[in-house]
Design a protein around this ligand. Sequence first.
Ligand code: DAH
Length: 357
Amino acid sequence: MYDGRSDAAIFTFWDDGVDEKLTALVADARVRAAAAADATALETLRTEFLGRKGGKLSAVMAGLARMPAADRAQFGKDANEAKAAIEEALDGASARLDNAALAGTLERRYDVTLSAIPPRTGSLHPLRRTLEDIAAFFRMRGFAVIMGPEVETEFYAFEAMNIPKDHPAREGMDTFYLPPGTLLRPHTSPVQMRAMQTYPPPLAVIVPGKAYRRDALDASHSFMFHQVEGLHVDRGVTFAHLKGFAADLCRHLMGQDRSTRFRPSYFPFTEPSAEIDISCGVCNGVGCRVCKGSGWLEMGGCGMVHPNVLRLAGYDPEEYTGWAWGLGIERIAMLRHGIDDIRLFIENDPAFLEQFA
Ligand code: DAH
């Protein structure tokens, strides 16, 4: 007789089979999802396992109808768990693929092993660099760096420098005159007098700054340029000190292998006066286009401070002597870097300036 027990026994067997099928289905889905190579493969798997019609889970669940009502609830629960497990496997695989794809694009876009693009930084202007080099030379030797006014009085620009009204040297410096008695200084020399009147001897200063002359702008002339003045006054300062300082400075700026020479010259504020030349670095003194065949390049003017200048400053020329010296920073920078046009210094073209970074 059919007692339900055997019925139950039969179903236990059948039910176990279904559970095994579900377990096997989940295991299979996990393995294949983990192996899926791309999203399309995953979609195919999703249909294969979970598709409503013809999906493997649906096929197993078709057995539900044949189950005794008492077991349906449990089976339905197991099937739902299996479905959730398969979905989880597929979703997990999908996330894995998404992550891999993202990592791929990131890797392509950002190679973290590449060195960083250096930020654009500013750099010192070549004139400033030359000036800093000159200043470093003198600071090391105990000189102070001082500045004076660019709008100067006619007195300091000329008379104080031993250049009286009718002196031809005034014509050599085509000056921008301002309201009566003032001008744009045509050289930095007037600061010599301002310094000496301010400080008692001994005095050792350099004076960098702008100077102005009514020159038409061309490759070698500018209405505004820079000079550095040097002045050393003390007891017992001689022309030999001047020669030593000048030769050392020239080599400091242009290279230790260069030679220097002094040519007699004339400046109203020095006596005796000289011009300092340095051997041409391009032809090594043989003569070339840069040195115009002479083998020498002019570095600046210098001399022993004129007694009239010392006296006007309140220094006793019987007790104190000094040397003075002046050079154009543009000219030195041009010689140092092989720059052939003075206008480049004020045009602010980054392509030019970046070369000195
Ligand atoms: N002041 C002169 C000029 O502008 C340069 C100069 C020459 C300065 C000789 C000096 C010096 O101190 O001693 O042309």
